[in-house]
Design a binder for this molecule. Sequence first.
Ligand code: NAD
Ligand code: UDX
Length: 459
Amino acid sequence: MRIKKIACIGAGYVGGPTMSVIAQKNPEIQVTVVDLNVDRINAWNNENLESLPVYEPGLDQVVLEARGRNLFFSTNVTKAIEEADMIFISVNTPTKTYGKGKGQAADLKFIELCARQIAEVSTTSKIIVEKSTIPVRTAATIKSILDHTGNGVQFHVLSNPEFLAEGTAIADLQNPDRILIGGEDQGAIQALKNIYQAWVPNERIITTNLWSSELSKLVANAFLAQRVSSINSISELCEATGANVDEVAHAIGQDSRIGSKFLKASVGFGGSCFQKDLLNLVYIARSYNLNEVADYWDQVIRINDHQKTRFAEKIIQSMYNTVNGKKIAFLGWAFKKNTNDTRESAAIYVADHLLEEQAKIAVFDPKVQKHQIYKDLEYLQSRTNSENEYLLEVAEDAYEACKDAHGIAILTEWDEFKDFDWDRIKDNMKKPAFVFDGRKLLDRNRLEELGFIYYAIGE
Ligand code: NAD
Ligand code: UDX
């Protein structure tokens, strides 16, 4: 089966970039990305490419090439579903905030809504592709909803999880390590394969059964997060013993069985995926009464929480056990460099901890907007909005953020921070001038020569 029209429900960090690349590589297929969020769709349609709702290096060029040719963004969900031969579901699957599984299980209400809407609207056969990350066996739920329409329309459900990382989404999509397709119907699998074969070598396209594909996505994220927590746990041991975590990471990473990637100690992993998917895995394991399995993966989250707390405590303790009324500049708020995404960013939790101690924080991030920073704090409900606004300011300029600060905390590894005029920064700070490097971004020797008191994770 040759696909002529694709619809993608969800124009977020995954739906937008993924569909842009699919459209770029398959000019003969019409790709329509739909979302209920009118502002988001307007932003995707904005003539000014700097206003796209997702910041990803290279995304603007892909959108420029395909938008209006065979890539469209729309709020007309019904029309896009009706016309499509293949529908990607790329909606959010956040951690549940209510009821059974609160704080752990994935909330599948958006997925179910999509399935119901597809069932209601469809008059022709369609292939449904799970792009969202979902608990293993969700395809059975989707299929059950679709099979009860009573109008004789045939649906095939495939699992096709997305492995892109934010900040490198376009490079990851254009040159993926692998594409994973899980399914039962060979014709449907081949139809999806054809789309990827436009640019992905055949040997990198893996096919499995539905459940292996669904579970592999959760497991991939759990393994990646586990590596970060493993090295972060060792960073604390390094601080206690005089070892240096970068040297340890390099030494063990040279073992080809271990490998060198994802061993960078940090203030803790953030992002919309790792914690959510780990919690989901833990919940699934417990629901099958696999308590040892659940405890094992739960520990990855616990170490991550500990790392964030430990960093905040280190700041307080170093600054003579009180930060009350002291200004601390935060360089970075995004959960990693090259993205404007702040979901679950370590910066939010470190800030919250310091604000509890009545510190005054000034944040500078090159890509994150002011309203987002306040929204992130508001979500925690630790204090009122006016208290947050009183204690925390957002600076347009890094030098302004650091002016008169008692300390600087580096929360995101933006490259530009390395090139700052650190001499000038120090001159304008209160003394002693502290730098707490949560990303091991700066050069200790240089900073110490300039007269900073420099702390870096794992040293
Ligand atoms: P997102 O919140 O950025 O985007 C989801 C979009 O879906 C939102 O714009 C929302 O308005 C829309 N939506 C929800 N229900 C809808 C409906 N019924 N009809 C139309 N639109 C609807 O989320 P995201 O980061 O793009 O993640 C989407 C999925 O992909 C999640 O399951 C996530 O776990 C997974 N994933 C994310 C990443 C990542 O790096 N962000 C990577 C791999 C996988
Ligand atoms: C992750 C997965 O990498 C990706 O495959 C999946 O599709 C979505 O989840 P993402 O969250 O965008 O991607 O970014 P990633 O590069 O994995 O980083 C996650 C967090 O871990 C960031 O906060 C990052 O700073 C941190 N990290 C990563 C470390 O602290 N050390 C490392 O060595 C690597």
